[in-house]
Design a protein around this ligand. Structure first.
Ligand code: CP
Length: 313
């Protein structure tokens, strides 16, 4: 297994890590993917490490993926769900986490609806923090598994044209993908209705389009994002039907292209809104490979961060 080290003791966001960190995580992922495809999938790498999975917001993929990654690495785990905790009685984030850490927890995986919650914790507690999604800010492990899945399919991302389509303004996946893909040398375009694209997003090194068909013709890979109705207090488009008409990816649209592009979606999918079932389930789609790769990516991140545990945090 690799001897190299990450430049960071926490994974708070892709913005805060270097291209060399991303490359080290993706190379280590490759080694773990081989391991979890063996008949005996478990390795003793994190045998003496205890990890708390703190989920203050709903999750299916990320939570199950982290739990599986931790079990495959032989870590001890404790799972915390805000809805069934003393958070409901008014306990603060810091008190909640300090109480859990006093039970000798080494690493914390945290999803929280507040932007910056993992950064705040990293300044107050003595454990490695992994951001599993903070509000509309970042979802770094999703971006890393997306990049790994893209490279698994098309090789190096240097110069590849990647479109991120849909609800960009509410999406932590979009922001982490933009940081990750531009660091890896890809050309990135965001596409969606003007109301769902943040102003000045070009300053992050991406281009903007409001034309789905032109974007599908342009790209090699389309990463399609969920319309996040739960984060939309305003009306950003007239109706879901109208959104689908202009920005819904369908097999009919894909078959009009003179090439086969790769279709991705981080999940959960609103079938029939941002993508139709025939496109999501088509041979061009790698949506389930993304989920599969998530376990190996998270094993790599946990393993590499655990290698930095002996240093002062
Ligand atoms: N992609 C993703 O974060 O899915 P979950 O919300 O189910 O974890």
């Amino acid at each position: 297994m690799t001897e190299l080290q990450l430049s960071t003791k926490h994974l708070l966001g892709i913005k805060y890590i270097q291209r060399s960190d991303i490359e080290l995580i993706l190379e280590t992922t490759h080694q773990f993917k081989e391991i979890i495809n063996r008949p005996i999938k478990k390795v003793p790498s994190l045998r003496d490490i205890t990890i708390a999975n703190l989920f203050f917001e709903n999750s299916t993929r990320t939570r199950v993926s982290f739990e599986l990654a931790e079990k495959r690495l032989s870590a001890d785990t404790v799972n915390f769900s805000a809805s069934a905790s003393s958070v409901k009685k008014g306990e603060t984030l810091l008190d909640t986490v300090n109480n859990i850490l006093s039970m000798k927890v080494d690493m914390v995986v945290m999803r929280h609806p507040a932007v910056g919650a993992p950064m705040y914790l990293s300044r107050h507690i003595n454990a490695n923090i992994i951001n599993a999604g903070d509000g509309t800010h970042e979802h770094p492990t999703q971006a890393l598994l997306d990049a790994y899945s893209m490279m698994d399919k098309v090789g190096s991302l240097d110069g590849k044209k990647i479109a991120i389509i849909g609800d960009i303004v509410h999406s932590r996946v979009a922001l982490s993908n933009i940081f990750c893909l531009t660091k890896l040398g890809a050309k990135v375009r965001v596409c969606g209705p003007p109301t769902l694209i943040p102003r000045h997003i070009e300053s992050l090194g991406v281009e903007v389009s409001y034309d789905l068909d032109d974007t599908l013709r342009w790209c090699d890979i389309a990463n399609i994002l969920r319309i996040q109705l739960e984060r939309q207090e305003l009306k950003y488009f007239p109706s879901l039907r109208e959104y689908h008409l202009h920005f819904g990816v369908s097999l009919e649209r894909l078959e009009k292209l003179d090439k086969e592009i790769v279709i991705m979606h981080p999940g959960p999918i609103n079938r029939g809104v941002e993508i139709t079932s025939d496109a999501a389930d088509s041979g061009q789609s790698i949506i389930l490979q993304q989920v599969e790769n998530g376990v190996a990516v998270r094993m790599a991140i946990l393993f590499l961060l655990a290698n930095r545990r002996d240093e002062k945090l």
